[in-house]
Design a protein around this ligand. Structure first.
Ligand SMILES: NC(=O)c1ccc[n+]([C@@H]2O[C@H](COP(=O)([O-])OP(=O)(O)OC[C@H]3O[C@@H](n4cnc5c(N)ncnc54)[C@H](O)[C@@H]3O)[C@@H](O)[C@H]2O)c1
Length: 278
């Protein structure tokens, strides 16, 4: 996607952090922006921040794990702006940070419901709308560097399960959408300075409620986020990466060693398969 002015972006988790950084970058490029988020206060602030001459901002206070609400928002976005060109499946939660043998059912339901099913709901609602106008477009799925390696000792099991799934979904999507002129990128950032370590603030009651979850025992997560990349810088970087049709978007070259170690382990398994003559 090369031309942004006058086109429309829909961003989940757009009220804060990375989603808001993207929204600002897209609005600066002249796009109309629709934001969906579970937090109403920050959502209203984001709208006031983004709206300006030639840039409209529509907001939806919803839970991305609610498929009907996402479909309704898609219909209302098209009714308001006519077309949607850029979909950002970005809403996500972490903060469970428990070893998998200590995770309970509601931990799984919440994180899978938001991070994975939320993105699937976004695709199901918006893909037909992106294909129908024939002007092409782009889809961004926010995974994480935790979708490419698992950092030992951080209790990342559930989070990584969802983020690996988003990488697989994006790789398939890139192939499937090529004939339609719709590009795909998967964001795999390291630390970004956001409120993600406090994601439990948004845990809906049906998944156990905000009070039912302990804060991360690993303070390096909060420290990492506090020292991370600025969301607005990330937003600008994403805009430039969309223009160049980059697929994997990473932010932290210090991850090279861990990702390489995982790739080496896989290649060693290929070597063993070869020795077995398969
Ligand atoms: N911050 C980081 O270091 C980092 C690193 C890698 C990946 N990510 C990913 O980036 C994405 C954005 O997170 P962030 O870091 O900006 O954190 P954030 O908490 O600042 O933003 C997440 C947004 O999602 C919203 N949200 C949460 N649950 C929701 C739901 N059920 N429905 C709708 N909206 C919901 C929140 O209200 C919030 O506005 C997430 O998918 C996260 O996993 C973040």
């Amino acid at each position: 996607m090369k031309d942004f002015a006058g086109k429309t972006a829909f961003i989940t988790g757009g009220a804060s952090g990375i989603g808001l950084g993207m929204a600002r970058a897209f609005a600066d490029a002249g796009m109309n922006v629709a934001l969906a988020d579970i937090e109403s206060g920050p959502l209203a602030k984001a709208k006031a921040d983004i709206e300006g001459p030639g840039v409209d901002c529509l907001t939806f206070n919803l839970d991305v794990s609610d498929r009907g609400a996402v479909k309704q928002a898609a219909a209302e976005t098209v009714a308001a702006f006519g077309k949607v060109h850029l979909l950002c499946n970005n809403a996500g939660v972490g903060g469970v940070n428990r070893p998998l043998d200590e995770a309970d059912d509601s931990d799984w339901d919440w994180v899978v419901g938001v991070n994975l099913m939320g993105a699937i709901n976004g695709l199901q609602a918006f893909l037909p709308l992106l294909k129908t106008h024939g002007e092409g477009g782009h889809i961004i799925n926010t995974s994480s560097v935790s979708g490419l390696r698992v950092f030992e000792g951080r209790g990342q099991g559930i989070y990584a399960t969802t983020k690996y799934a988003l990488v697989g979904m994006s790789e398939a999507l890139e192939q499937d959408l090529k004939p339609h002129g719709i590009g795909v990128s998967v964001l795999c950032p390291g630390f970004v300075k956001t409120a993600l370590p406090d994601a439990a603030r948004n845990r809906p009651d049906r998944f156990g409620g905000p009070a039912a979850i302990e804060r991360s025992a690993d303070s390096s997560l909060s420290a990492g986020a506090a020292a991370g990349m600025e969301p607005d810088d990330f937003g600008k970087m994403i805009l430039a990466a969309i223009e160049k049709d980059e697929f994997y978007i990473l932010t932290d070259s210090r991850e090279r060693e861990l990702i390489q170690a995982r790739a080496d382990r896989l290649m060693a398994a290929i070597d063993r398969a070869q020795e077995r003559n398969f």
